[in-house]
Design a protein around this ligand. Structure first.
Ligand code: BG6
Length: 295
């Protein structure tokens, strides 16, 4: 059921976002946040006393048929190219799907919104039939995002999911991310398996890494912005870390040529060998909790 907007709690207002797309502005006393119905896309979160945490490209499309470049695109039910159909859209269907708000409430100085796909989404080719999907966003002093899937069908349901979170950084060349030290990863740039040295990740070129089998918290340390962003997770066995660097940024129409220095993605995911398989009746929640601390 779609709740009437007149029944929204006081910390939530509906407005028009960029491209005239419908958006919620969520502002409990602990933060400010924007969430679009297009893609159930969180584009902004700013805990009180801090600068905005999420990055969105100035060149992003804001249109019903295109994903938003930045914030938190939802990659579901597949990640990257679809294994059995090269013509299918990259990163699945959820980020360009229309969603609706099912619930909204305030608790403990945070506001929680529950989104479900609109009915028409279920008819899209490639969308898993008999999957009940919910995306729960809790915006407060922390940002919590939970992507829940229940298999209501009679046969196993396999899917990939990534909360493809774009963070604003002072300069990607001067940050470091801890949490993946010594881990094996698939390097999507070199197209080979590699192992990270036993040190935090620093960025010196195009970076596109898929770490499988990790539940570790990642901490992004940004001395330039004098802050640490902590990405904790549960129900997630993969982490993807991405920065396009110079050439790839130039090739993307919805990404400014110079913008690559100001962003990095740390994606809370279950992808590749960590794809989820749900037996009939089973459910799974992929959850990220993001916090910021001054340093
Ligand atoms: C990352 C992938 O998650 O998303 C990259 O690992 C990809 O390979 C990037 O380039 C952006 O994808 P898209 O479809 O939003 O341009």
């Amino acid at each position: 059921m779609n709740i009437p907007f007149t029944m929204l709690p006081g910390s939530v207002i509906t407005d028009e976002g960029q491209g005239h797309l419908p958006r919620f502005t969520v502002a409990p006393k602990t933060c400010g946040s924007h969430i679009y119905l297009h893609g159930a896309h969180v584009t902004h979160w700013q805990p009180s006393g801090h600068a905005p945490v999420l990055w969105v490209s100035r060149q992003s499309a804001f249109a019903g048929d295109k994903p938003i470049r930045g914030g938190v695109p939802l990659c579901f039910p597949w990640f990257g190219a679809k294994a059995d159909d090269a013509s299918a859209p990259m990163h699945g269907l959820a980020r360009t799907a229309e969603w609706q708000l099912r619930e909204a409430h305030e608790r403990n100085d945070a506001t929680q919104l529950v989104f479900v796909p609109r009915e028409a989404v279920g008819t899209k080719a490639g969308w898993p039939q008999h999957a009940a999907v919910e995306f729960i966003v809790t915006a407060g002093s922390h940002l919590e995002m939970e992507f829940r899937v229940v298999n209501q069908g009679q046969s196993p349901l396999r899917y990939e999911i990534a909360l493809h979170t774009y963070f604003t950084v002072s300069d990607v060349r001067h940050i470091e991310i801890s949490g993946t030290e010594g881990l094996k990863y698939f390097d999507k740039v070199a197209q080979e398996e590699r192992q990270q040295e036993d040190a935090p990740l620093r960025f010196t070129g195009e970076t596109d890494r898929m770490y499988n089998g990790t539940q570790s918290t990642c901490v992004l340390r940004d001395a330039g912005l004098k802050r640490e962003i902590r990405v904790e997770k549960s129900g997630s066995n993969s982490t993807v870390i991405w920065n396009p660097w110079i050439d790839k940024a130039r090739k993307m129409p919805d990404f400014g040529d110079e913008e690559w220095t100001g962003m990095v993605c740390i994606e809370t995911a279950n992808v590749g060998s960590d794809a989820i398989t749900l037996q009939p009746g089973q459910s799974h929640a992929t959850r990220a909790i993001i916090q910021v601390r001054r340093i």
